[in-house]
Design a binder for this molecule. Structure first.
Ligand code: ADP
Ligand code: GN1
Ligand code: MG
Length: 360
């Protein structure tokens, strides 16, 4: 049972599900728990220092899941398992604010599924690409103007670079000297990594309703069929670039090692996995993806790996206030890991272009 179980009793009764909960999953942002009842439920304490307006956040998730539900029904799927289902509080609210001011939401637990931190084979990764591609397709007719921006400038890479520069100058946690080489290593890619934002700003590529956090453990695989069943973690569904969804999946899933692997000899960018993801993603989006977006697919893997890597480094410099850590220098380990990945991706961009050409 979770240690702060006293307050959980209050929270669970607000949803009329009076059952003990245990910590669950590997998310870096919210506190996730499972109620091992029949049926099971997911309870999440929303990270309100990141998602500052839970009303807007839950409005987005509610309207997006309603839309997805209709799209899933139309294609003959099971909406109770193929998208998130919010369980409202007994007084009809989308989340519960507890007496100590914390915000909790509840979802149906999608049972008999797997959430992976590395794909086990290329076919599995291709399958996740189809799932994120289909997710994008199902939201292509969603009215983007009804969505709130839950985290401002979430994938604005130039602003992320500026945040790193500021954190380095400020040196809140006194770690600046320790990270100098890593910082300099990242700065070599700063300019080239402005490309997605520059193209959005100039209108060369479109804004679409995108997921924005397409790591492999944000899609659930059906244990029986091994097919992707449900795209989860909808906190950052907002207008953005399809390239961010593509690149972020690769940063996480096309690496030969997990995100916090400290032995850099194990960290490489796999062209085989790049190919399988590209095949699945382009296969789903061939009717809508533009020429310019196709041209930028390889670079997007670099941009999103750079962007996430500098976010880890910024957080380390700030004293670990954003991403969950399980040991003191985990954010630094993640940042070193992603720098190694950036270097490898950069050296493989020409080969990646040739792979993309095979699928257009
Ligand atoms: P975070 O924003 O912290 O990443 P997530 O919403 O991704 O939180 O949830 C963390 C993990 O919990 C997921 O990676 C997944 O393994 C599991 N999870 C979340 N929601 C569900 C659900 N409805 N059914 C089954 N597992 C879930
Ligand atoms: C966070 O929430 P989670 O763990 O699925 C983060 C992503 C990062 C990722 C790095 C809202 O994803 O942007 O890419 O960690 N989510 C948010 O693993 O910041
Ligand atoms: Mg997640």
């Amino acid at each position: 049972m979770a240690s702060d179980s006293l307050s959980f009793a209050e929270v669970m009764s607000a949803f009329a599900i009076e059952f003990e909960v245990d910590p669950y999953g590997d998310g870096h942002i919210n506190d996730t728990y499972i109620a091992d009842s029949t049926p099971k439920y997911i309870l999440q304490r929303i990270n309100t220092s990141i998602f500052k307006n839970p009303d807007e956040l839950m409005h987005n998730i509610s309207s997006v899941t309603k839309h997805l539900r209709n799209a899933i029904i139309k294609k003959g799927g099971n909406p109770d398992r193929e998208t998130l289902n919010i369980i409202k509080t007994t007084d009809g609210k989308l989340y519960y604010r507890s007496s100590d001011g914390k915000c909790y939401r509840m979802y149906k637990f999608v049972d008999n599924t797997l959430s992976l931190n590395l794909p086990e084979n290329p076919e599995q990764f291709e399958e996740s690409a189809r799932a994120f591609g289909q997710f994008q397709n199902m939201l292509s007719d969603f009215d983007a103007s009804t969505l709130y921006e839950t985290i401002p400038d979430f994938h604005h890479t130039p602003k992320r670079t500026q945040n790193l520069i500021n954190a380095y100058e400020k040196d809140t946690a006194g770690r600046k000297n320790e990270v100098k080489d890593i910082y300099d290593g990242y700065m070599k890619y700063a300019e080239i990594c402005n490309s997605i934002q520059d193209c959005l700003d100039s209108g060369e590529i479109p804004y679409r309703v995108t997921h924005n956090d397409t790591k492999l453990n944000n899609v659930l695989f059906d244990k029986d069929t091994e097919k992707c069943l449900c795209v989860i973690d909808l906190d950052t569904v907002m207008p953005g670039s399809l390239l961010c969804d593509f690149g972020d999946s690769l940063r996480f899933g096309a690496s030969t090692a997990v995100e916090d692997e400290a032995d850099l000899d194990k960290v490489w960018f796999s062209l085989e996995y790049f190919e399988s993801y590209t095949k699945g993603f382009i296969g789903e989006l061939k009717d809508t993806i533009t020429k310019k977006e196709i041209e930028l697919l390889p670079l997007s893997a670099l941009v999103l790996t750079y962007e996430c890597g500098i976010r880890f480094l910024t957080d380390y410099l700030d004293g670990d206030t954003y991403f969950k850590i399980h040991y003191p220098d985990q954010n630094l380990v993640r940042a070193k890991n992603h720098l190694k990945l950036c270097q490898d991706i950069f050296s493989k961009l020409d080969e990646m272009k040739k792979i993309v050409e095979k699928y257009i």
